[in-house]
Design a protein around this ligand. Structure first.
Ligand code: ADP
Ligand code: MG
Length: 492
């Protein structure tokens, strides 16, 4: 589908990227994307349907922008032209105005059709100020110079509401706590600390709190940002001697502070210090604070005790992977929202196969819809099995750390004893980190347990390996491919 008229930079970038990703993925998700033009910093793309666009945006956009960046120094803005085939495919009708995906990185959604992504900071969510009496709206940071002009901005995702959240035993407490945060004023529980594994709805709930408060108390000044963003802003404020403004913004001009992924503050002493004082100022002033993290406060290493203690002051709610019924309900809701016709047996098939991560659950659904629309077939049980067989599977029994060790060792041509050894050579440390990541993801072992299973390593070593792998996964398609390959060995 690549036209000879496509811009040369685009063709070159694609070519470089194609060396790093599996051919079938390339054909499926990159080939159909057409580059209409690159005009200065504007990259105009066209996708054959919203599903390909969603998948492309959430999986390949950062990498291709990286490649494009190597040809030019501009910060690039990607715009999608909304020209889908007039005929909707039989099973999967494209929604009229596709929204950006619930991606690993946040996309700015100034208008529905334009997604701006800044390459260097693809994963950090920008702060969103919810303006009084309006739909959640984005305002740029008070610091108006270079670092922020190119920073990505992310307002509250309009799809992340309480209404679109499916609650069940695994997330009931977090759901109730979030609702309490949104409806109780002055705060009854402060802070509310939501923790749980990746893709289980923490960010969704945090955004929902923001929406709900802005609906109930239109004048409330709500700040939503990630821990990483807090750090970046703090550093920026120091550099530009704007500490006064920074503090005013976070300590005085804020009624509700929503901070996503506070585990990011681990090891960042200066930022922690600043956050500690911010926390105290808001807490003393009876302002609601809601925090999320991928683990419990006491599992976050390298965080000052005084902060850890404060995290646990209010109400801590843990989210577990959802039960089967909840997974089915999530799929149904998502399918309805995306206008995908999803038969019950297919919903059950996907929900049985994917247990631990809602993002993956949604990913499988979107993939299925994309394949269906590309191949012009309805989504039925056979089609689902054919399409998803390779990527999702039904584990017969729970995955053990031993199984992970064996699969990883065999994939990389190592011995299990290498993975357990203290050797730090790259050829071993890399696979070991992958094994730790997979073990954490697919088994219920705690970090200290995993440390023991890996030949007596300290739990912080495991945490750091898991974190690093998780981060690398977002930018490294090769690693993603390797991990998928090992996962399919494990799950079969
Ligand atoms: P986390 O922040 O915990 O990694 P997210 O909040 O980003 O996870 O959730 C990942 C995706 O799964 C989002 O698209 C979110 O809307 C969806 N999701 C997670 N849990 C639920 C749920 N209980 N009901 C509906 N959607 C959910
Ligand atoms: Mg999140």
């Amino acid at each position: 589908m690549h036209k000879t008229t496509e811009p040369r930079q685009w063709t070159r970038a694609l070519q470089r990227l194609s060396e790093r990703i599996a051919p079938q993925n390339y054909d499926m998700w990159l080939r159909p994307i057409e580059c209409v033009a690159i005009e200065g910093s504007r990259v105009r793309l066209r996708a054959p349907n919203p599903y390909v666009r969603l998948w492309f945006e959430s999986n390949y956009l950062p990498s291709i922008l990286d490649e494009l960046k190597s040809d030019s120094d501009d910060s690039l803005h990607v715009e999608f032209e909304e020209e889908y085939a007039a005929e909707p495919p039989p099973a999967a009708k494209p929604p009229p105005a596709p929204e950006p995906p619930p991606a690993q990185f946040e996309l700015a959604t100034g208008t529905q059709s334009i997604a701006s992504v800044e390459v260097a900071r693809g994963s950090s969510a920008g702060p969103a100020v919810v303006a009084p009496a309006k739909a959640p709206q984005l305002q740029t940071s008070s610091a108006e110079d270079d670092a922020y002009q190119t920073a990505p901005t992310a307002s509250l995702n309009p799809r992340y509401t309480f209404n679109s959240f499916v609650s069940g035993p695994s997330n009931q407490l977090a759901f109730a706590a979030s609702q309490a945060a949104a409806s109780t004023y002055p705060p009854k529980y402060n802070p509310i600390f939501i923790c749980g594994g990746v893709g289980l709805g923490k960010t969704h709930l945090l955004h929902a709190v923001g929406h709900e408060i802005s609906a109930r108390r239109p004048n409330a000044r709500i700040l939503y940002l990630s821990g990483e963003r807090f750090m970046n802003e703090y550093i920026h404020a120091i550099r530009t001697t704007r500490m006064h403004e920074f503090r005013k913004r976070y300590r005085e001009s804020c009624d509700v502070l929503l901070v996503d992924d506070v585990q990011f503050l681990a090891g960042k002493d200066g930022t922690q210090d600043e956050f500690f004082h911010t926390f105290n100022a808001l807490h003393d002033g009876h302002r609601q604070i809601v925090l999320t993290a991928d683990r419990k406060p006491h599992e976050i290493s390298d965080i000052a005790d005084r902060l850890r203690t404060r995290f646990a002051w209010g109400l801590m709610a843990d989210i577990e992977p959802p039960e089967l019924e909840v997974r089915v309900a999530i799929l149904r809701k998502k399918a309805a929202a995306e206008q995908i016709l999803l038969p019950d047996d297919v919903a059950l098939y996907i929900a049985t196969a994917i247990k631990s991560n809602v993002r993956e659950l949604e990913g499988a659904l979107i993939r299925l819809a994309a394949y269906a629309s590309l191949s012009n077939r309805p989504i039925d049980a056979d089609f689902a099995r054919e399409t998803l067989e390779g990527s999702i599977t039904r584990p017969q029994e729970p995955i053990t750390v031993d199984a992970v060790l064996k699969s990883v060792a065999s994939y990389y041509g190592l011995k299990v004893s290498d993975l357990k050894s203290p050797r730090r050579h790259k050829s071993i440390a890399g696979p070991r980190a992958v094994a730790m990541y997979l073990a954490r993801r697919h088994t219920k072992q705690s970090y200290p347990d995993l440390g023991r299973s890996f030949g007596g390593k300290h739990h912080t070593t495991v945490i750091s390996a898991v974190d690093k792998t998780d981060k690398r996964l977002k930018t490294d398609p090769t690693l993603r491919g390797e991990i998928h390959a090992i996962e399919s060995m494990l799950l079969h």
